[in-house]
Design a protein around this ligand. Structure first.
Ligand code: NAP
Length: 456
């Protein structure tokens, strides 16, 4: 894959980059190692100052940065701006809370000792392999806790967002981060193994596809290095008769098409109780059909292009496969001609297990509908997936809420809301959606050395 900015709205190659050669990779690994030896000794106050400064620079760069993201991966401009603001907020949150999240924990009550406690220490340089879909937030939700813990980061970003990737290193340097604390490596995925096997790199986090996750985790496993994997998802969005239907339609549509439908935590499978299914599906399909598809730089656009031509082809082929096997198309379903890789909001119902969409992740603005007779059937369909990232259940009935919380196999469950990431809540999945957690206390501790101390 070339390292290049190719505008998904026009197909135009905007800028290409030469990947770093082996000598440059070696120089940067040495720099990370050296930077860690000093950065690990800095205080929380010093780190907070740097991290808050990065947040201030993001605020100042908001307009240009959002535009760069749009030109690289096609998300609607207002969503790009919201992503920049969210990153600034996340940085400030970790700057404020990291010290208390990492405070020593006394363990009272053990016999024959004066004092025992657990202390959290930095681990070393961590490799982050990141995707293009939230090109800023995916990186900062790794980088903000990394900076506050005292680790240093090496970023291998997706090959189609090189300008955002380079911005990330640049903004950290402008904020006063010492050289080597955060580096962007302009490399293809073929160089990841060499970096992961290097003794100076202590761990890796990967957000991306199942295939990439399996590859990185198996290499890291052989090297006995810890990994965190945030992989794909096929979140269920269950609607029961007691739900606020209008809100469940409005939020459901947003949860499906946010980021042009390319979000790991997008609602992908709509599982609706038969008592309200006809009304819900009709209102949902109507709202999808009315969305504005077009230029992502236009603030009036709801849905921009898919990020890559292969991503658009994949969606089109999944829909064609379902329709050829008897799925009912309620709206959309045809590639949009012209430059760029546009695909319309699409709704499919009457789905069966032999269709690709039943098992695969659908990474575009395509909603899948399932009709169920009761809550247990809803949970069974929700769990009939290799993924287990987020999940959504809409019901005002408290007993049903508890049953969903207990019964759905996922890392996160949102009742009467869509799956989303917040700084103060752990984020992550089960099954093939990965393992480990980002954000909040579990996130900042993933790459800490949890050291047990006994002082007699
Ligand atoms: P992808 O192909 O796996 O790419 C993600 C990153 O992994 C890129 O930097 C890519 O580099 C690199 N990569 C690809 N194959 C690799 C390999 N064999 N070894 C090492 N690195 C490799 O993912 P994508 O298709 O672009 O992104 C969409 C996927 O990410 C979806 O499945 C989505 O659900 C998932 N995702 C998950 C989360 C989450 O938090 N759980 C969040 C966002 C996205 P190149 O660009 O150079 O190929």
């Amino acid at each position: 894959m070339p390292i290049a900015t190719i505008n998904p709205a026009t197909g135009e190659t905007v800028k290409t980059f030469e990947p770093y050669d082996d000598a440059e990779i070696e120089r940067r690994l040495a720099l990370a190692d050296e930077a860690f030896s000093r950065y690990r000794t800095t205080s929380f106050a010093e780190r907070s100052e740097l991290v808050n400064k990065v947040a201030d620079l993001l605020d100042a760069d908001l307009e240009d940065l959002a535009r760069t993201m749009v030109v690289e991966m096609g998300k609607p401009i207002e969503q790009a701006k919201a992503e920049v603001k969210k990153c600034a907020g996340g940085l400030r949150w970790f700057a404020e809370h990291a010290e208390s999240l990492l405070r020593d924990e006394d363990v009272p009550g053990t016999a024959a000792k004066r004092r025992s406690f657990v202390t959290y220490q930095p681990l070393g340089p961590v490799l982050a392999v990141m995707p293009w879909n939230f090109p800023l937030w995916q990186v900062f939700r790794f980088a903000a806790p990394t900076f506050m813990l005292g680790n240093v980061g090496l970023l291998k970003h997706a090959s189609n967002v090189p300008q955002t990737a380079l911005y990330l290193e640049d903004v950290c340097r402008r904020a006063g981060m010492p050289e080597g604390v955060f580096q962007t490596l302009l490399i293809g995925s073929d160089k990841v193994e060499r970096i992961l096997r290097d003794k100076r790199v202590k761990a890796a986090t990967l957000t991306g596809s199942e295939g990439a996750g399996r590859s990185v985790a198996s290499i890291a496993g052989r090297e006995i290095k810890k990994t965190v994997l945030e992989l794909g998802g096929s979140d269920p969005f269950i609607v029961m008769p007691s739900a606020d239907l209008a809100r469940a339609v409005e939020v459901g549509v947003k949860a499906r098409v946010q980021n042009n439908g390319q979000s790991c935590i997008a609602a992908k499978r709509f599982i609706v109780h038969e008592q309200i299914a006809d009304e819900y599906i009709e209102r949902f399909a109507d709202a999808m059909a009315r969305l504005t598809v077009g230029d992502p730089l236009d603030p009036a656009t709801d849905v921009g292009p898919l990020a890559t031509p292969s991503g658009r082809d994949e969606i089109a082929e999944q829909v064609e496969d379902a329709v050829s096997k008897g799925a009912k198309l309620l709206c959309g379903g045809e590639r949009i001609d012209g430059p760029g890789w546009f695909y319309p909001p699409t709704v499919l119902s009457e789905l069966t297990e032999d269709m690709r969409v039943y098992r695969e992740e659908v990474f575009g603005p395509v909603a899948l509908f399932f009709r169920v007779g009761d809550i247990e059937e809803a949970i069974a369909i929700a769990n009939d997936s290799d993924f287990g990232l987020g999940s959504n259940a809409w019901t005002e009935d408290e007993a049903e809420q508890l049953r969903f919380i207990e019964g759905i196999e996922s890392g996160m469950v949102f009742i009467n809301w869509m799956t989303t990431s917040y700084y103060d809540l752990p984020f992550g999945g089960v099954k093939n959606s990965g393992y480990g957690r980002e954000l909040a206390a579990p996130g900042i501790r993933e790459f800490a050395v949890t050291k047990t101390v006994w002082v007699d």
